[in-house]
Design a protein around this ligand. Structure first.
Ligand SMILES: Cc1cc2nc3c(=O)[nH]c(=O)nc-3n(C[C@H](O)[C@H](O)[C@H](O)COP(=O)(O)OP(=O)(O)OC[C@H]3O[C@@H](n4cnc5c(N)ncnc54)[C@H](O)[C@@H]3O)c2cc1C
Length: 324
């Protein structure tokens, strides 16, 4: 298959890029990945995406974005990209059944929140279990919440959650924190935060009830197991950017996030948007914003390629640089 624009991923970044590229008549192809709709499909209420004063369910928001992209001619493949060759021109992308040759590639493969791997955690995600305090903290006003993790993110989330929750208990598997001393100090001096150290979450209750009512915590030094009342559990043990496919081909940071200048990667014609290149904000609206930018950059890149071809120039990148 020959395309001008191929988008990897169908979360907020990928679908926004598809809407813009579709409206620019670029006939984009979206390789959706196996989590069509991205991370928001595993949550319930989204109350901070502009335009929905009453909030919207995550899956409904993503379905609406998908339909909007389809309306402007985006074509969808439900599969993962399994290999890419970013040096080839056109760029080569393989799924399990298709070979795609594309002038531009927009990487919007997201970053998955690392989870504990408990079945109960999976079943209660969006029903009291969350992987994002910024997104869901508001739902826990005057409630009792737990945060799992020991890095900066966990401590930041714990402090943030004290704005809403009645109490916040941080559970960490070790005695010492990986977090910076200043974050540890900030959390320790907050009267609403308690700590349970050397402990792991064994189970989140209550799947039968369909909402969080408690957690089973095991002290790994004494093997003592306790069941504690809980209204919410925030998993804050980090994210894994979905960039394995690009290792050795693209500049990645030490955690595997794509390094960009704006949304440009170090390879001309390859752009990245959303959580896959965002180590800070990780919100649907910021993913959509960079998705828009990536589509516009791809459009300008293609215009520049055409101009260069018309004028016989070999390198089109410079004219493009002048534009941004
Ligand atoms: C539980 C939860 C609740 C959240 N709540 C909110 C909220 O209320 N408000 C908010 O603003 N944000 C929220 N977020 C954060 C928000 O979901 C993310 O910031 C946003 O989804 C990022 O969009 P994205 O397009 O960059 O990536 P993602 O949504 O992660 O999408 C990545 C896409 O890439 C695809 N993919 C991965 N690998 C490949 C591959 N090899 N080939 C092709 N495709 C691939 C996946 O299938 C997926 O479609 C929440 C996140 C979680 C986990």
């Amino acid at each position: 298959m020959r395309k001008k624009v191929t988008i990897l991923g169908s979360g907020a970044a990928g679908l926004t890029a598809a809407i813009y590229a579709g409206r620019a008549n670029l006939d984009p192809l979206v390789i959706q990945g196996l989590q069509a709709g991205g991370q928001l499909t595993i949550t319930t209420d989204v109350e901070n995406y502009p335009g929905f004063p009453e909030g919207i369910q995550g899956p409904d928001l993503m379905e609406a974005m998908h339909k909007q992209a389809e309306r402007f001619g985006a074509q969808f493949i439900y599969d993962n990209a399994v290999s890419v060759d970013l040096k080839k021109r056109p760029i080569l992308v393989n799924t399990s059944s298709e070979e795609i040759h594309t002038d531009t590639l927009l990487i919007c493969t997201g970053a998955s929140a690392k989870l504990l791997g408990l079945e109960s955690e999976n079943k209660l995600m969006g029903h009291g279990v969350s992987a994002c305090a910024t997104c869901d903290g508001f739902f826990f006003k005057d409630l009792k919440v737990f945060v799992v993790g020991g890095g900066d993110t966990a401590l930041e989330e714990a402090v943030f959650l004290t704005r809403f929750a009645k109490s916040v208990t941080l559970i960490h598997r070790r005695e010492a924190f990986r977090a910076s001393a200043i974050m540890v100090e900030r959390a320790k001096s907050n009267p609403k935060i308690d700590f349970i150290l050397n402990s792991v979450v064994e189970e989140i209750l209550d799947v039968d009830q369909g909402s969080v009512t408690g957690i089973k915590v095991k002290n790994i030094k004494t093997n003592e197991v306790k069941v504690l009342d809980a209204d919410g559990v925030f998993i804050a043990i980090g994210h894994h950017p979905n960039t394995d496919l690009f290792k050795g081909q693209l500049e990645l940071d030490e955690s595997g996030y794509i390094i960009t200048k704006g949304v440009k990667t170090n390879i001309p014609g390859v752009f990245a948007a959303g959580d896959v290149m965002d180590t800070v904000y990780k919100q649907a609206i910021t993913a959509a914003g960079t998705g828009c930018r990536a589509a516009l950059e791809a459009q300008w890149y293609l215009e520049n390629m055409e101009t260069s071809a018309d004028s016989g120039a070999v390198q089109g990148e410079k004219i493009l640089m002048d534009k941004v």
